[in-house]
Design a binder for this molecule. Structure first.
Ligand code: SF4
Length: 457
């Protein structure tokens, strides 16, 4: 099993990796299928199913699908160009993706929210269709957005987990037990094994520049969030709080007035800055998803700004270690809130961040595995119930608390010798089983929990 650090951490747009990025990626893949087809096409249609239908409006799934069919992709998304394309479409009902003829698409009738017919493969299903001049469907594909911006066709999903068809990597660990055994045998750290795997596929210069860019985008996102105030879009009237809290924290610095627990506010504010940017549709990095995108950058920023002796030179090790853990969780359970609740999103993010922090603070592979396990264990059972289907409440604060748990988990693990009762593999399997048992109401449908109990929503 090999899942690149660049698949785990992808530059994209808010507010949701599964509901915004995934549908845009699916539409891009469908356009490629159309380009490769011998048929002449005159129009396109889309239908959204399951969680994509229930929380699609709050997550901007409709907008992302339309822009994807117009040729936009998350990596190079430009907000102003997107607004222009949508305005033109609403006047003309014509899309102009590169390499295809003009395609008829009326957003009011050609994009359907199907609440009654969930698709069988995954909670986030969508069907994309291309039509001929008579309006008959001549090409159709079912896509599933499986979390973190990952997309699979119906056929790929049915073929199972073996989606990695590249050359074998030096350390192909599929479980935490295998990871620890390979580390023991090779004498390498987890990040060194992950680096060897990445280099065997993509080469060293790509890794250096790529991880540097990932941190740059994450940190820029924190900075934007800490300097922007106002109200978030979507109708809940949620006020951005990161800037105000950060301004206060700066003001209080050196005043000898602050309680020791104020350090938690720093961790929270870094995470909230990212998730407020995400909720506003800004540029974020999936870590492993958009909804949970604040936990890991906040933990890195905490390390850089608050841990004595911290160095940016270690960020690559942080990201590689975190990606190794994220790969295990994704392969053996899920990183999708629609599939397994928020334990799979913020829980996975906290496990990844705890492992990364433990690694750059000198933890052994056993301590790193312990840190990831502690962080994930104490998110088990956490549901996904975003109010009004917006990635705002509880998501923004939840990332702050996820970062605090990640730091605490790394710290606790570093105080031990790596031996512990619950193996990470057992914890990941527990998360998978808990997600499978969880009522659909708590899996990104906004049909239960806070989504139905917050007054006036
Ligand atoms: S509650 Fe958790 S899983 Fe659900 S949208 Fe918010 S961050 Fe994502």
């Amino acid at each position: 099993m090999f899942l690149s650090v660049f698949e785990m951490f992808k530059v994209g747009i808010g507010p949701s990796s599964s509901h915004t990025m995934g549908p845009m990626v699916a539409a891009a893949r469908f356009l490629d299928m159309m380009r490769a087809s011998p048929f002449q096409f005159a129009g396109v249609r889309a239908s959204l199913h399951g969680s994509l239908a229930f929380t699609g409006v709050g997550h901007a799934t409709d907008r992302a699908t339309i822009l994807g069919l117009a040729g936009f992709v998350p990596e190079t998304y430009d907000h102003n160009q997107a607004e222009t394309a949508l305005a033109t479409l609403s006047d003309t009902h014509i899309l102009h993706p590169d390499g295809l003829p003009a395609l008829h698409f009326n957003p009011k009738t050609d994009l359907i929210f199907d609440y009654d017919t969930p698709l069988t493969g995954h909670a986030n299903g969508m069907i994309l269709m291309a039509t001929d001049a008579q309006g008959d469907v001549t090409l159709q594909q079912v896509f599933y957005s499986i979390g973190g911006g990952f997309v699979m066709t119906e056929e790929e999903l049915a073929a199972g987990k073996a989606t990695d068809e590249g050359a074998p990597v030096p350390y192909p660990f599929k479980t935490a037990a295998e990871m620890l055994e390979m580390a023991e045998r090779s004498g390498k750290t987890i990040s060194a094994m992950k680096r060897a795997n990445e280099v065997s596929r993509n080469g060293d210069p790509h890794l250096r520049s790529g991880t540097k860019r990932l941190w740059q985008v994450m940190n820029d996102c924190i900075t934007r969030g800490l300097t922007t105030d106002g109200t978030l879009p979507g109708g809940l009237n949620v006020k951005r709080r990161a800037k105000g809290i950060h301004d206060k924290l700066i003001e209080e610095r050196g005043m000898n007035l602050t309680a020791p627990h104020t350090i938690n506010d720093w961790m929270s504010v870094y995470a909230m800055a990212v998730n407020e940017e995400n909720a506003a549709g800004g540029q974020v990095v999936t870590a492993p998803t958009n909804g949970a995108a604040g936990v890991l950058p906040a933990t890195v920023r905490y390390y850089l700004d608050h841990v004595p002796g911290a160095s940016e030179a270690h960020i690559e090790d942080f990201l590689l270690t975190a990606a190794a853990i994220g790969g295990l969780v994704k392969y053996n359970a899920s990183i999708s809130g629609a599939e397994a609740g928020c334990q799979a999103e913020v829980g996975s993010a906290a496990a990844m961040a705890a492992a990364g922090l433990c690694a750059v603070m000198g933890g052994t592979p056993q301590q790193i595995e312990n840190a990831a396990e502690i962080a994930l264990e104490h998110h088990l059972g956490m549901t996904c119930d975003p109010v009004r289907g917006l990635v705002q409440v509880p998501c923004i604060e939840r990332n702050g608390l996820g970062a605090i748990k990640a730091v605490s988990a790394a710290s606790l693990a570093l105080r031990g010798d790596g031996t512990h009762l619950v193996p990470l593999d057992a914890c990941i399997e527990t998360m998978r089983q808990t997600g499978a048992d969880m009522s659909e109401k708590y899996k990104e449908t906004s049909l239960g929990g806070l989504a139905v109990n917050v007054p006036n929503c």
